[in-house]
Design a protein around this ligand. Structure first.
Ligand SMILES: [Zn+2]
Ligand SMILES: [Zn+2]
Length: 553
């Protein structure tokens, strides 16, 4: 019997974001990615959502290393939070490490990680596994698929990928190596990116945008052009800049992360802009509109981003109007659609021409569609398959594809966050669960509890009712009619009709709270809250947050 290998999914299965998984053998753990997620609109006041890091913290001494597939925030963004409690060896490509390190340094935790840069195709011993870093193409340069050489055969983790046959940087996805692994030892288990599993066809090459951008600049001569995309989408930035320079424009950057990432990518040699083509953002307003091109942050409609401020007419360096064209070269991440449409509205109101959406063809996805996923399945020919990285419907669509491609029906597992599976000589099986709750981050404080989010929802949807009770705590007598103060209620007239019922209910709760030890405030609060809640539900069909306040005499 060879040693079993266990995989625990801490996030990323059932949502786009907070990707994190643990591979475990011989008592040692290798973590794959540690990402964040943008909150849903109903997670009120939440800035970020993290994977449940408790499994990592509880097993800190068993973690041999953390491997980053690529530099996107949904794979690296929770690292700074994990490093608050852990010290880790972190592996990744030079760009991935640079992007991750930048964020971790901002949190002042860079020294908690031992940063290890790996090259394309490199094989590294990490804990119980030989880990092979296989180049893939994606919407950030230098992404990897990971081949774990384990006691149970090869476990292939695709990372995020598309099969871009014409990559902007000429770095191809190493399909040949995946085929070689399949042909020699065989792929025992494939974990593969499901983001676009319900999209037919083949995702267009990043290079397909080149012509679009050339045309865009050619048809907007004399107008100022501002484009936004993810600041990590170096190849997109390169194509936009190339088109701008070819049309005789100078380039400025706007927004902290854009300016920082461009400097970082140029330093690493993955982005090429001659010094002579770059100008400071302060100079832009002084130049002819047709002479400049601005790369801005804010593609996701983030409220304080450079583009959102421009759309609100509050930009520090630029003021937009009819001479401007804004190119939205990104697709909103789920949860951000509303914010993005607000920004587009704001820009339109200023008279700006906005180029956005499917029709404009100024964006292509970084994730594989059906045909590429099928190709991956065909090349890897895995014995077992688990779809990863997607909302539940994407995982289901991908599992169907795998079956169609010949993976045995009972060898395909649709897993969710918290699932633990084990690969043994006899096959793959679900063996348990780990905690994989959402960890909410509000501002700078992490770990906002579920209770707080629930309270915020109640306040937002039902408002609050404060019940002020004047009570003689020596006798339990109610001294005056209770006062009801509401916030967030459209109509209070019905409440007035309930005043005698409320009075009666306060008297009852007050007598229940009296005992030998005197008046018990907690008993009173609990009892009055539940009976008032029932009354409001019965009579008014409302469930506000109820806050009892006791004024004692
Ligand atoms: Zn991702
Ligand atoms: Zn990605």
């Amino acid at each position: 019997m060879a040693e079993p290998v266990r995989i625990s999914f801490l996030g990323g299965l059932g949502e786009i974001g907070r990707n994190c998984a643990c591979l475990e053998a011989s008592g040692q753990i290798v973590v794959v990615d540690c990402g964040l997620m943008f909150p849903d609109p109903d997670m009120l006041g939440v800035d970020l959502v993290l994977p449940d890091l408790s499994y990592l913290k509880e097993n800190a001494d068993r973690i041999a290393g953390l491997v980053l597939t690529h530099g996107h925030e949904d794979h690296t963004g929770a690292l700074a939070f994990a490093l608050e409690d852990l010290s880790l060896d972190v592996y990744g490509s030079s760009l991935t490490i640079a992007l991750a390190k930048q964020r971790v340094s901002e949190a002042g935790l860079s020294s908690k990680a031992n940063w290890v840069t790996v090259r394309d195709g490199e094989l590294r011993r990490i804990g119980p596994f030989d880990v092979e870093f296989i180049p893939v193409t994606h919407s950030v340069p230098q992404g990897f698929a990971l081949a774990f050489h384990t006691s149970q055969g090869i476990i292939l983790h695709s990372g995020d990928f598309k099969i871009d046959l014409e990559p902007v940087d000429g770095r191809f996805m190493d399909l040949e190596r995946i085929g070689a692994l399949a042909n020699s030892e065989g792929v025992r288990l494939l974990l593969s990116d499901s983001t676009n599993a319900d999209e037919e066809g083949h995702t267009d090459s990043e290079a397909s945008l080149q012509g679009t951008f050339q045309r865009l600049f050619a048809t907007h001569q004399g107008k100022r052009i501002i484009a936004t995309s993810f600041a990590s989408h170096i190849h997109r930035l390169q194509q936009l800049v190339d088109a701008a320079i070819a049309n005789g424009r100078l380039v400025a950057t706007l927004g902290r992360s854009m300016t920082k990432n461009i400097a970082l990518a140029r330093r690493l040699g993955v982005l090429h802009i001659p010094d002579s083509a770059l100008i400071d953002i302060e100079e832009v307003e002084e130049l002819e509109p047709g002479r400049v091109f601005v790369l801005s942050t804010g593609s996701q409609g983030e409220p304080m981003s450079a583009l959102a401020l421009l759309a609100a007419g509050e930009g520090k360096w630029l003021h937009l109007g009819e001479r401007d064209t804004v190119v939205m070269s990104a697709h909103p991440v789920p949860g951000n659609e509303w914010a993005v449409s607000k920004v587009i509205d704001g820009l339109c109101r200023l008279g700006v021409e906005v180029v956005y959406g499917e029709e404009a063809k100024v964006h292509v996805s970084g994730h594989a569609s059906e045909e590429e996923l099928k190709l991956m399945l065909q090349i890897a020919r895995p014995e077992f398959f688990i779809p990863i990285h997607g909302e539940y419907r994407h995982l289901v669509a991908h599992s169907r594809l795998a079956k169609r491609m010949g993976v045995d029906e009972d060898h395909v597992f649709v897993c969710e966050d918290g699932d633990v599976v084990e690969l043994t000589d006899t096959g793959l099986a679900r063996v348990g669960e780990v905690s994989a709750a959402y960890l909410y981050v509000d501002g700078l404080t992490s770990e906002v509890g579920h209770g707080v989010i629930r309270d915020r929802k109640t306040l937002a949807e039902e408002g609050v009712l404060v019940l002020v009770c004047s009570i003689d705590t020596a006798t339990g007598d109610v001294l005056a009619s209770p006062q009801l103060v509401t916030r967030g209620w459209a109509d209070n007239t019905q409440l007035e009709e309930l005043s005698s019922d409320v009075h009666r209910l306060v008297v009852t709760s007050s007598s229940k709270a009296m005992s030998d030890g005197g008046f018990d405030h907690e008993v009173f609060r609990r009892d009055v809250r539940s009976s008032l809640s029932k009354l409001l539900m019965d009579k008014l069909h409302r469930r506000p947050m109820i806050v009892p306040v006791i004024v004692t005499a």
